[in-house]
Design a protein around this ligand. Sequence first.
Ligand code: ZN
Length: 240
Amino acid sequence: MLEQSRRVAVFSGAGLSAESGVATFRDPGPDALWSRFDPTELASPEGFAADPERVVAWYNWRRGRLAAVQPNPAHRALAAQTRLIQITQNVDSLLEQAGASADRVYHLHGSIMRDRCHNAACDHVETVDLRNPPPLRPCPRCGAYLRPAVVWFGEALPQDVWRQAESLCRQLDCLLVVGTSATVYPAAGLIEIARAAGSRVVVVDPNPGVAGGQADLALAGAAGDVLPALLEGLDLDSGS
Ligand SMILES: [Zn+2]
C-alpha cells in the first residue's frame, strides 16, 4: 500500500513518544505532587490565570523529564524518510532530535521547547533550555507573562500549521497514523479529511482503537517494533 502511494504523510500522537518514556498527557506520572491535579488545571488559560507559577512549574517539571529522554526506533524510522511530512500532536522535539528537518514537522499542539507571550497581540517567542528552564517571567516586549508555546484545553490550534496539515491531508494517497487514540479534535479530524479525499489510512498502534476503526489496515503493535520493519527500503514522499 505504501509502495503504491505517491503522496504519504504521517500523523502521530502521544503513543509515539510514550515508547521513549514520555508520560502521556492524561497520565501525569507517578509524581504525587502533580498527579493530584486535573490536567485542565495545569493546561488551560483558566488554570494559568488562577496560578501561573504552578502552571510554569508543572511544564518545567515535564521539561526536565523530557531532557532525559531519547528518540526511539520509531522516531528514527520516521525521520529517516526525509521527504515525508510529519504531522504530530506531540509537543516534544523527538522527531527533530532523530533527524527530521524542523520544517517538515508540523506541531499541531505547539512545542514545549519554546515559551511565547500569553498576550495574543504580541508574537514574542523564546527557546527554552530543557535542562535549565526559566521560571515564570514577564515578556520583555509587552510585560504580559510568558508561557509554554503549547495549545491548552479551550485554545485554538495554530491556524497556519492547521491549514498546512489540512491542505496536505486532502492530497494524500496514504496517511500513516501512529500512536494516537484519534479522539482529540480537531486534530483527529485529519483522518476523516484524508479518507474523505480518497486517501488510504494505515494505523500503527498497540491498541488501534478508534483510529483503527477508520483504517484500511491496522497494525497492532508498538511503533518502535512495527515502523522500522514497515519502512525499511521505502523512500516515501509527501509530494510537497
Ligand atoms: Zn509580549
